[in-house]
Ligand binder design. Structure first.
Ligand SMILES: *Cc1c(COP(=O)(O)O)cnc(C)c1O
Ligand SMILES: [Zn+2]
Length: 616
């Protein structure tokens, strides 16, 4: 069969032992030494039909470069119009960084939001060429989304294996494109082993960071050369996981140089997160690569402990006279915010890693301010919104009341961010009781807001409540308390005050609770049972207000704030009355019952005010 034979223009060779490999036998790893494979070309033969005029005049798109892909059959190209992504001049960042020229190649505008679509174009076209019936792929998320999209277009069923906890956006895309997804309780490297096994046992086409994909990803450099007016920049920085993309980009520049479309080559810079930097270490220490076991970083797309294309990339870094550097997770998230705020480019953490590292390199004098730099911004921020939100303000909610909005503006309240480091175990912010002026000073320095005296007094009470229970407070705990204080202030009339409660639990009967409350100024005590202690207390409180207001508890959600021993819980309660007024409130405490009661009490009071028309 025609497609089973090698084309005359390309062949596969091992990147290590250099033996030639037949593509129908293996296109993933070398059958002899298990190293990664490379596509080699006979450029002289390609030059016979390579049309430089078309290259220079046709609109930019990944399908413009079919001559430079290892395709034997162009009758069925699997494409979603990938490529042709913008190259932005980052003028504000240039100024802030003290850099002559800075460009952002924004790969987030590809069909599934990342550069992998360029690789999927070639890889899934090859899958059809090689007669694949089913595709399988391991991924940290973006590869899953991209391969799934192209498998859908190619009409091939697709099995994806991802590590548990893969970001929301990437998971949603993958499932939407109809892939069958399995989450593994392990790392990306574990997922790779499993898909390799599936392809061996079941004959599935193994998609991923292999030789064909690399060829498609070269088009990023072709486009950069064109967008700069048929020349190369001084430096190209690429966030690195497996090292496939950075290797591809280097190969692309070399090919365009071969065809005379640029007369110089850039230096390549490999960028990895501080905690997952096997390639950076191997390069800078000039030692063999040492895999990172159980890698962990906020930049999930580059969380690869044992990079499959390390070999190729290390060679590319040396050949280009390039370098390698890192940034910390915190610097990554700050850079993500910074880039979006200055240039309106919202990228995922793995891409923001690039800007964070550029800053570190400039600070360390490893990059010269006179150099022209291209940052390959590999993926869009919408794929992993949860990471971005970790360092972005959490907007307060208000009633539709101008005075309330005004109050929040006066306090600069909208600036408050959940504290990224505080959510890790180290951040105990308050460990002993504080006076009001001390707490006010702390709130001002931590959040840049100035609550009123009454609000601070309320906060002191809440803080002491935590401390009496033997809990320390993180920045995030304090933030929630301040938020509660601000929201509490808004009610002039309080219909319900919960004064005290007790709960009795026994092995053989349902928990029973007694609640003592003040309803419209009158003390009432009621007892009720429930399926659990929280339920019993809420039922008892509900009984105390029976006949006052027709309402229902329509939603109850619990979230645990920290995973260490100082954990607190947020309880969100939604109450709805017969006029369809709906109120959601939150209570925070180390104790789930206390948190529930606070949320209920606030919710009831606001609902009552709405019901009676006190509040708009
Ligand atoms: C896949 C990916 C990377 C890493 O590319 P490698 O080829 O694995 O080095 C970086 N950023 C994003 C957004 C990715 O999807
Ligand atoms: Zn080999």
């Amino acid at each position: 069969m025609k497609t089973q034979t090698l084309s005359d223009e390309y062949w596969l060779a091992c990147s290590s032992c250099k033996k030639t490999v037949v593509e129908t036998q293996s296109y993933t790893t070398c059958p002899w030494c298990q190293q990664s494979l490379e596509v080699k070309y006979d450029y002289e033969r390609i030059a016979e039909h390579f049309n430089v005029h078309v290259m220079k005049t046709a609109p930019m798109a990944a399908t413009k470069y079919l001559d430079l892909y290892p395709l034997a059959n162009l009758r069925r190209v699997v494409s979603l119009n990938e490529g042709g992504t913008p190259l932005y001049r980052a003028r504000k960042l240039e100024k802030q960084l003290g850099l002559k020229r800075l460009w952002i190649k924004f790969e987030g505008s590809n069909p599934t939001g990342g550069f992998k679509d360029r690789g999927s174009l070639v890889e899934l076209t090859k899958a059809l060429e090689l007669g694949a019936k089913t595709v399988t792929c391991a991924s940290t998320g973006n590869m899953a989304a991209s391969v799934s999209a192209y498998a859908a277009v190619a009409g091939l069923p697709c099995y994806i294996i991802v590590p548990e906890g893969t970001p929301l956006g990437k998971m949603a895309q993958t499932l939407a494109f109809g892939s069958r997804v399995v989450q593994v309780r392990g790392t990306y490297d574990d997922a790779v082993e499993l898909t390799t096994g599936l392809s061996r046992m079941d004959g599935f086409f193994l998609a991923g960071d292999y030789a064909f994909r690399l060829e498609g990803q070269k088009s990023q450099s072709f486009e950069v050369v064109e967008q700069l007016g048929w020349r190369s920049p001084d430096l190209v920085m690429v966030p690195v996981g497996n090292g496939t993309n950075a290797s591809a980009i280097w190969k692309g520049f070399k090919e365009f140089e071969w065809f005379g479309l640029t007369d110089s080559l850039p230096k390549m810079v490999a960028v990895q997160p501080e905690n997952v930097a096997p390639i950076v270490k191997a390069f800078n220490q000039n030692e063999p690569l040492e895999p990172v076991v159980k890698p962990q970083t906020v930049a999930g797309a580059v969380c690869v402990g044992n990079p499959s294309d390390a070999h190729k990339l290390l060679a590319a870094l040396r050949e280009s006279g390039g370098s390698a550097a890192t940034a910390s997770d915190h610097e990554i998230l700050e850079a993500q915010k910074w880039l979006a705020k200055t240039e309106a480019v919202f990228v995922e953490p793995a891409a923001a890693l690039n800007l964070a590292t550029l800053k570190n390199m400039l600070d360390a004098g490893q990059v010269d301010g006179s150099e022209e730099v291209v940052l390959v911004m590999t993926g869009t921020g919408l794929k992993d919104p949860t990471s971005a939100l970790k360092v972005l303000p959490s907007p307060p909610s208000v009633e539709p009341d101008l005075a309330e909005v005004q109050k929040l503006l006066d306090y600069n309240y909208y600036k408050i961010c959940a504290d990224y480091n505080g959510s890790q175990s180290k951040g105990a912010l308050i460990t002993q009781a504080l006076f009001e002026d001390q707490l006010l000073a702390l709130i001002q320095s931590e959040f840049d807001v100035s609550p009123s005296k009454a609000d601070v007094a309320f906060c002191v009470g809440e803080v002491n409540g935590f401390l009496e229970k033997g809990k320390h407070l993180t920045k995030n705990d304090l933030k929630l308390i301040v938020e509660e204080a601000l929201q509490r202030g808004r009610l002039e009339y309080r219909a319900l005050d919960i004064l005290d409660f007790t709960v009795k639990t026994a092995k053989t009967q349902k928990p029973e609770a007694t609640a003592k409350v003040r309803v419209h100024g009158k003390e009432v005590e009621k007892t009720a049972q429930g399926v659990g202690p929280v339920d019993a207390v809420i039922n008892a409180v509900k009984k105390t207000v029976e006949g006052e207001l027709a309402f229902e508890l329509v939603d109850y959600k619990v979230a645990i704030n920290t995973k260490n021993t100082d954990a607190t819980v947020d309880v969100r309660i939604t109450l709805e009355d017969e006029k369809r007024n709906k109120v959601t409130t939150m209570g925070t405490s180390p104790d789930i019952i206390v948190a529930s009661i606070k949320a209920f009490q606030d919710g009831y009071n606001i609902l009552y005010a709405k019901n009676q028309g006190f509040s708009k």
